[in-house]
Design a protein around this ligand. Structure first.
Ligand code: MN
Length: 199
């Protein structure tokens, strides 16, 4: 069985972490737009996780500086393991000692469109070729973004770059000025406090 979540599950102890185990995954309805989500994750170092729904999982990259809305910024994006679709609305505290220990919030989410080169190319093929262009419909992020693999197919370094379109704004810096969750409205401190109350 093709289990693309095997690596995700191998890294986690679901008796300890509140993250979804992906066991009850519902495939998205055909014709529904695929999801994107950007998590803000305060782990050993603060970073953002950029995730796109592709073929029933969330393809994921850790973006140390987070996405930019300035087309002149090239943001390093390091692939991480596929996550279950249910992770798209995960927010909370991953306990100490667990993989990714720290606080996670949903910094932005919405749907996206694949800006395909040809009618036949799907998002998975585009990723395989090392270049995926998407149009995001988020609350903070909108318009085109290009994900480009640096170097050959074995490279694990990608760049996430804003395209120069109506969603671009060189004066906006949403990772600084809009730090709160689009789901709960809380910041990292609020999410961490709620995590403590639950214990
Ligand atoms: Mn992360």
């Amino acid at each position: 069985m093709d289990d693309r979540l095997a690596e995700y599950r191998r890294r986690r102890d679901f008796t300890r972490t509140g993250e979804p185990d992906g066991g009850q995954e519902q495939r998205r309805s055909p014709g529904g737009s695929p999801l994107f989500v950007v998590h803000k994750h305060e782990a050993s170092s603060l970073h953002y996780d950029f995730r796109l729904e592709v073929e029933g999982v969330l393809k994921s990259w850790a973006v140390p500086k987070g996405p930019s809305v300035d087309p002149s910024d090239k943001r390093l994006a390091l692939p991480t393991e596929d996550h279950p679709l249910g992770y798209a609305d995960f927010e909370g505290v991953i306990p100490e000692g667990e993989y990714g220990a720290g606080t996670v919030l949903v910094w932005d989410t919405g749907t996206y469109e694949h800006l395909a080169d040809t009618d036949r190319e799907d998002a998975a093929e585009a990723l395989g070729s090392g270049r995926l262009d998407v149009w995001l419909h988020g609350e903070k992020l909108g318009g085109g973004y290009a994900l480009t693999r640096m170097g050959g197919s074995s490279s694990d370094r990608w760049l996430l770059v804003k395209m120069d379109d109506e969603g671009a704004d060189r004066r906006r810096n949403p990772t600084t000025t809009e730090p709160r969750s689009v789901l709960s409205g809380g910041d990292l401190g609020d999410v961490a406090e709620r995590g403590k109350e639950r214990r």
